[in-house]
Write a protein that binds this ligand. Structure first.
Ligand code: NAG
Ligand code: NAG
Ligand code: NAG
Ligand code: NAG
Ligand code: NAG
Ligand code: NAG
Ligand code: NAG
Ligand code: NAG
Length: 727
């Protein structure tokens, strides 16, 4: 993304005028999150607006709780720019209500359990409803409803059920619903394929019929009902998946296996602070991104599926006319990916593979436009071809090709995973991206340097510019990447690419000691979002403190105050880098304004408008925690950290950070940072031995379960002592 006013206008005109209106999502004031736990979001009443409701998902399927729709990874309907997630009528939206008076009720999302709960207490009985998208067996959505007798009354106790299915889908043509015992099946086919070459997709849903009431028989103390929705690509698979769900339920492990898998995820990746509101924001952001990604045992699945990438609203959003239609943009690599990479490299690889899987489509796109190598579309859905509805972005937002390369570079720096290079077309993709830029640059004989013309930078208020400083920088990184990747797998790389990289224009103004956004940019010109300041972070370009500071000072006042939340997160990181802590904290506060009570869903705009649930903004926010306050920086040969405490906190812990296959825990307080290697997993060739090198020059070996305590000031490097013995 993001989308300029022009695109918004197009969307308003052509698709749906309701969705992008600024009416907002006014859930904030009325419904407070009353839970005192950082990992539980709770309210005694449910906001009526769907935009305020939380989501459950697992990378294969997802839904907004109580909504009438389920979406499935990779199931899109519509041609070209109209391709959007296909609506599957929800067979899992069950509302429990009581005929008798309710003493107390609550709606809560436990992110550590990955479960949404509705609890009702009538004084006579307690009802607990759990809704979850199974974490280890991703093909099923489950409602469990338990009634427990608590009062002295001995007769049957009845609760009413209603469903929110909303018959029909403009996206999938379903045949007649088939009934068998208490199960139902619907089988359908998407209406229109994404391209003339791709085909429509079939889908089958097998679910437990939803009665209009549940009764706990007289004298019974407790009863649990399980409602399963299984989604497969055809009747046979849906029925098999349903049967597997039933088996898990029968053996009593359905929910416990699910909870265990989520706990496992959090044990290997958690950020904690002792400020409740901030802690909730962090937990919520991680949860919403993770619940749109596959589980950690993705590669062990008995029934594997291909993951098609993360879109700005997550998997539970993105239908026709909504939330960027579920398309995948640079949001995936630049915004959501880095925090995932630091904890779950396996999921980072899955994200990169959502690109390398579509490499052939990207090669075709490059070819059709007269370029070499591979050009990824600005917006991607099912087929890997361009599904952006407007040419201006599609033709000009070329930085996506550098963004993907940079994500791959960070992956290799953090994991040294040569299997990705060899067996997931990783190296081929990296080389094809360099080839693309090689064909995209133009030699300027007047300067003796290479230019890039005709691009739209991340700042979408400007188009058709020359030498966008952000675009050229990611192009340069992309042109240099094959050499680094090639070394890991002993492939020799043509020297042309690094030669071009060395002579690619990276604009810099000596007079004002700053980076002009593009050729002809004048100080004071309004921009949409963080752009040139991204050179400092996330692109890690070396520069003097003065230059970093003037970039921040020059661009902050001209950045659209209604622009996306990631801008403020990046200003926060930048001001932290230059030691302007007041501004760092102000920008950090500002980056969190898009969160909505009570379930910490994010909207694209702070007013509540725009795309929901805006996980792009959450990605930026998490980066300002990890790479800002905790000061992590990924370099090819080492990882840096430099802990600062977020304003208002006294302890700041990071658990399960992953570096070169090892896991490391950090506990920071006012005075010290304790570093513990908790899990050492040797790389393929065993060439791994980590140590810490402090700014003072002191070094410490990292030995499993031996905590190293350092003063909390100055940077510290984590490096592999044996790095030069690889590959
Ligand atoms: C929802 O309720 C309606 C009306 O009772 C019923 O026809 C429909 O089949 C139900 N949907 C599901 C998914 O059970
Ligand atoms: C999470 O699930 C476990 C097991 O079902 C349960 O005991 C616990 O209360 C749940 N935690 C929350 C916060 O709901
Ligand atoms: C949905 O369709 C079923 C039969 O196909 C019908 O009985 C039911 O009334 C419909 N529900 C709604 C809400 O239209
Ligand atoms: C749903 O799946 C179960 C388990 O395989 C099967 O017994 C049942 O017949 C299926 N339901 C329908 C309506 O096909
Ligand atoms: C961080 O870890 C330390 C040591 O285990 C603990 O005392 C502290 O409470 C933790 N802080 C948070 C916010 O969890
Ligand atoms: C971009 O600018 C160039 C040079 O100014 C011009 O020739 C070209 O027509 C422009 N292209 C578009 C798509 O506006
Ligand atoms: C790297 O490749 C070269 C030439 O292809 C070969 O001679 C050399 O033995 C290889 N080195 C390793 C470590 O595999
Ligand atoms: C920290 O927050 C307090 C109030 O919450 C504020 O007064 C103070 O200025 C903040 N400190 C910085 C460095 O921003």
């Amino acid at each position: 993304m993001m989308v300029s006013n022009l695109y918004t206008l197009l969307v308003i005109l052509c698709v749906c005028h309701l969705v992008f209106s600024d009416a907002g999502c006014p859930c904030n004031d009325k419904y407070a999150d009353i839970s005192k736990r950082p990992d539980v979001f709770e309210s005694s009443s449910l906001p009526s607006q769907q935009c305020c409701l939380p989501t459950v998902g697992n990378g294969y399927l997802a839904t907004v709780v109580y909504s009438d729709t389920i979406y499935v990874n990779g199931i899109y309907n519509g041609r070209g720019g109209n391709s959007h997630r296909a609506r599957i009528p929800s067979t899992a939206a069950i509302t429990v209500s009581s005929k008798t008076a309710i003493k107390k009720q609550s709606y809560s999302l436990s992110v550590t359990n990955g479960t949404f709960y509705h609890r009702i207490d009538t004084g006579v009985a307690l009802v607990e409803q759990r809704l979850y998208a199974h974490q280890t067996f991703p093909y099923i959505l489950i409602n469990e409803i338990a009634i427990q007798r608590t009062g002295q009354v001995s007769g049957p106790i009845t609760f009413m059920l209603t469903n929110n299915t909303r018959n029909g889908s403009g996206d999938v043509e379903f045949g007649e619903v088939v009934s068998y015992d208490n199960t139902r099946m619907m089988i359908g086919e998407t209406v229109e394929s994404e391209t003339s070459e791709s085909s429509t997709v079939s889908i089958a849903v097998n679910w437990t019929a939803i009665p209009n009431h549940l009764s706990l028989p007289a004298d019974d103390k407790y009863k649990l009902w399980t409602f399963i929705t299984a989604i497969g690509l055809n009747q046979k698979s849906a029925s098999k998946l349903y049967a597997h769900g039933v088996q898990l339920a029968t053996t009593g492990v359905l929910h416990t296996d699910h909870v265990k898998a989520w706990e496992e995820k959090w044990n290997h990746g958690r950020i904690e602070v002792d400020d409740l509101n901030l802690a909730k924001e962090i937990y919520g952001s991680m949860y919403y991104i993770l619940s749109s990604l596959p589980s950690l045992n993705y590669y062990d699945q008995e029934f594997p599926f291909h993951f098609y990438g993360l879109s700005p609203g997550g998997l539970a959003h993105g239908g026709s006319g909504l939330d960027y239609f579920g398309h995948v943009f640079w949001d995936q690599e630049t915004w959501m990916y880095p925090p995932i990479l630091m904890f779950h490299p396996l999921l980072a690889r899955v994200m990169l593979e959502s690109r390398s899987y579509q490499l052939d489509a990207a090669k075709s796109l490059a070819k059709s436009r007269g370029w070499k190598g591979a050009q990824f579309p600005w917006e991607m859905a099912f087929s890997g071809s361009e599904v952006c509805p407007a040419d201006i972005y599609s033709l000009q937002e070329n930085h996506i090709n550098g963004d993907i390369a940079y994500a791959a570079e960070q992956y290799l720096s953090v994991t040294a995973d040569v299997d990705f290079l060899r067996n997931s077309r990783g190296y081929e993709m990296i080389a094809d991206l360099a080839k693309y830029w090689e064909s995209r640059v133009v030699f300027n004989s007047a300067t003796g340097l290479y230019d890039i013309h005709g691009v739209m930078p991340p700042d979408e208020y400007h188009s058709n510019v020359t030498n966008s400083v952000y675009t050229n920088t990611v192009a340069q990184l992309s042109l240099r990447l094959p050499e680094y990747a090639g070394k890991l797998i002993n492939v020799s790389v043509p020297s042309t690419w690094s030669k071009i990289a060395d002579k690619l224009v990276i604009l810099y103004s000596d007079a004002h000691k700053y980076h002009p956004e593009f050729e002809g940019y004048t100080i004071g010109t309004s921009i949409k979002q963080a752009d040139a300041i991204l050179l400092g972070f996330p692109l890690n370009q070396k520069m003097e403190r003065d230059v970093r500071y003037s970039d921040l000072q020059i661009y902050k006042p001209v950045t659209d105050s209604d622009g996306p939340a990631m801008s403020w997160a990046m200003f926060s990181v930048g001001y932290g880098d230059v030691g302007s802590f007041q501004e760092r904290d102000e920008m950090f506060q500002r980056s969190q304004k898009n969160t909505q009570q009570p379930f910490h869903v994010w909207t694209e705009f702070p007013s509540g408008g725009g795309a929901i649930n805006f996980i792009t903004g959450m990605g930026g926010f998490l980066q300002s925690v990890l790479f800002g306050y905790a000061g992590f920086r990924i370099h090819q040969e080492y990882l840096l950290f430099d802990f600062n405490l977020p304003n208002g906190t006294n302890t700041f812990n990071i658990t399960g950070l992953n570096y070169l296959g090892s896991e490391i825990d950090f506990v920071a307080d006012v005075k010290t940072v304790s570093v513990t290697l908790t899990n050492q997993q040797d790389l393929e060739d065993g060439a791994i031995k980590l140590r810490l090198v402090a700014q003072s020059g002191a070094t410490y070996s990292l030995v499993k379960d031996k905590t190293v305590i350092l003063p909390r000031s100055g940077w510290v490097k984590i490096e592999n002592v044996l790095k030069y013995q690889r590959p």
